[in-house]
Design a protein around this ligand. Structure first.
Ligand SMILES: Nc1nc2c(c(=O)[nH]1)N[C@H]1C(S)=C(S)[C@@H](COP(=O)(O)OP(=O)(O)OC[C@H]3O[C@@H](n4cnc5c(N)ncnc54)[C@H](O)[C@@H]3O)O[C@H]1N2
Ligand code: MOO
Length: 402
């Protein structure tokens, strides 16, 4: 049996970072940047007002107060987006809006609340230090400054900064395209009538959602029936779509997948493993004409946990975001859990916090067909191979999944 680490290593060793492309700004969210971003002008580009008020010379309003206001001649008005048509001279002021470029001659802005108008004059009722309410050119970003480095993962604020630098596109590693395939005669697509003996295909949708969460683009290929021909057709479809990864579910337990095995020896390679974990012991990995293919076990929880452990890191690696550490917390078990084997168990738990500590309860029955056990989970508690049971009060490491 392979350890979880060995299975991950074998898979990840044959996954490679994808090429970079020019991506429109908004689509870059969550992608890995492949260029350094250097500002070629100041942000803000011009010194400007932080308030609606009057642009003045600080020395003109020295000593101004409520009782002894200073009277200045208002000589112009400058809205945001325009340059003032003249300079502030001694004894004058220019009406200014927030964001408007500071007129020449002015060094300070008096907010409107500290003033009163009197015909074409303004009464300034406070003395302000030079520079008050002025945002200097380049105070956010200086021309020539490196704002983002190649390799960074683009956040919402990064996108804002890139836009403020006038960028409409950026160079990033592209998102992997992932074909998703269900197998088996027993599954039908949601939306269809459910004939006796059948179940709905939930794996494809759950895994497609996981692909999306990881940053990939899922492409649903539907269901391959238990015939060599059906499977060959689906794989052909995946190759025609030029996907970067194929993820199937079902048909990987003992003997079952002989069909695929045979077929793939002609078209590629597939190895069938037993991984020392529960759920998700059976797993397959190989290549179809050079495209990596991950065969997840059919049981719905097994399929999702195996994707979390092996599919998500594959996508992250393609996006140059590997290794990605999920947040781990230590929690105290509020109930017991017994193992009947020495596999590593991934137990679905609900967490709550009290006095700064996390406490964990099972989300009910832990069978690999009980998908609601995952639906109700905040995290996955990891019970090590050599631990036969968790007792109430035991510490356990929990991987947060939402
Ligand atoms: N003799 C043995 N039998 C099984 C073993 C074993 O070691 N020896 N392992 C069990 C374990 S553990 C798992 S996990 C499953 C994995 O089997 P397969 O990957 O071959 O999956 P299937 O047999 O095709 O299906 C298993 C189960 O999952 C349901 N299923 C399949 N596809 C979907 C889908 N798209 N959406 C929803 N549910 C799906 C399927 O109906 C089965 O109930 O094997 C055990 N057996
Ligand atoms: O290994 Mo299976 O995945 O327990 O259901």
């Amino acid at each position: 049996m392979l350890s979880v680490e060995e299975a991950e290593k074998r898979i990840l060793d044959s996954i490679h970072v994808l090429n970079d492309v020019e991506v429109s700004l908004l689509d870059a969210l969550g992608l890995t940047l492949t260029e350094d971003i250097i500002a070629n002008f100041d942000v803000p580009p011009h010194s400007n007002s932080a308030m609606d008020g009057y642009a003045v010379r600080a020395e003109d309003i020295v000593g101004a107060s409520k009782d002894k206001p200073v009277r200045l001649q208002v000589i112009s008005n400058v809205p945001a987006g325009y340059l003032a048509d003249r300079a502030v001279q001694p004894g004058t002021a220019i009406r200014i809006m927030t964001g408007a470029p500071l007129p020449e001659g002015a060094d300070t802005v008096v907010q409107v609340e500290l003033t009163e108008t009197e015909g074409d004059k303004v009464l300034v009722k406070a003395s302000l230090p030079r520079g008050r309410n002025v945002r200097l050119a380049g105070e956010d970003i200086k021309s020539g400054q490196k704002v983002l480095s190649s390799g960074e993962i683009i956040s919402a604020a990064d996108i804002g900064v890139l836009a403020s630098l006038g960028r409409k596109t950026v160079r990033c590693i592209r998102r992997p395209k992932v074909a998703i395939l269900a197998t088996g005669d027993e599954v039908v697509e949601p939306g269809e009538v459910l004939p006796p003996g059948k179940i709905y295909n939930s794996n494809s949708y759950a895994v497609a959602a996981q692909v999306k969460e990881a940053g990939g683009i899922p492409v649903l290929l539907g269901i391959a029936r238990d015939t060599r021909e059906s499977l060959a057709n689906k794989l052909q479809e995946a190759l025609a779509l030029q996907v970067d990864l194929i993820v199937s579910s079902g048909g990987v337990s003992v003997g079952d997948f002989d069909l695929v095995k045979d077929m793939l020896t002609a078209e590629g390679s597939m190895e069938f493993w037993q991984v020392n974990m529960k759920p998700g012991k059976p797993l397959a990995f190989g290549h179809v004409r050079g495209v990596p293919m991950l065969g997840l076990p059919g049981n719905p929880v097994s399929s999702m946990i195996s994707f979390e452990l092996f599919g998500r890191p594959s996508i992250k690696k393609m996006m140059q975001q590997y290794p990605e550490e999920r947040t781990m917390v230590t929690a105290f078990m509020e109930e017991g859990y017994k193992k009947t084997d020495d596999r590593r168990h991934f137990v679905r738990v609900k967490l709550h916090r009290s006095n700064g500590k996390f406490f964990a309860r099972l989300t009910g029955e832990q069978g690999s067909g009980i998908l609601t056990s995952l639906m109700h989970a905040d995290g996955i508690a990891i019970v090590p191979e050599d631990k036969p049971a968790l007792e109430p009060g035991d510490e356990v490491k929990v991987m947060l999944i939402r």
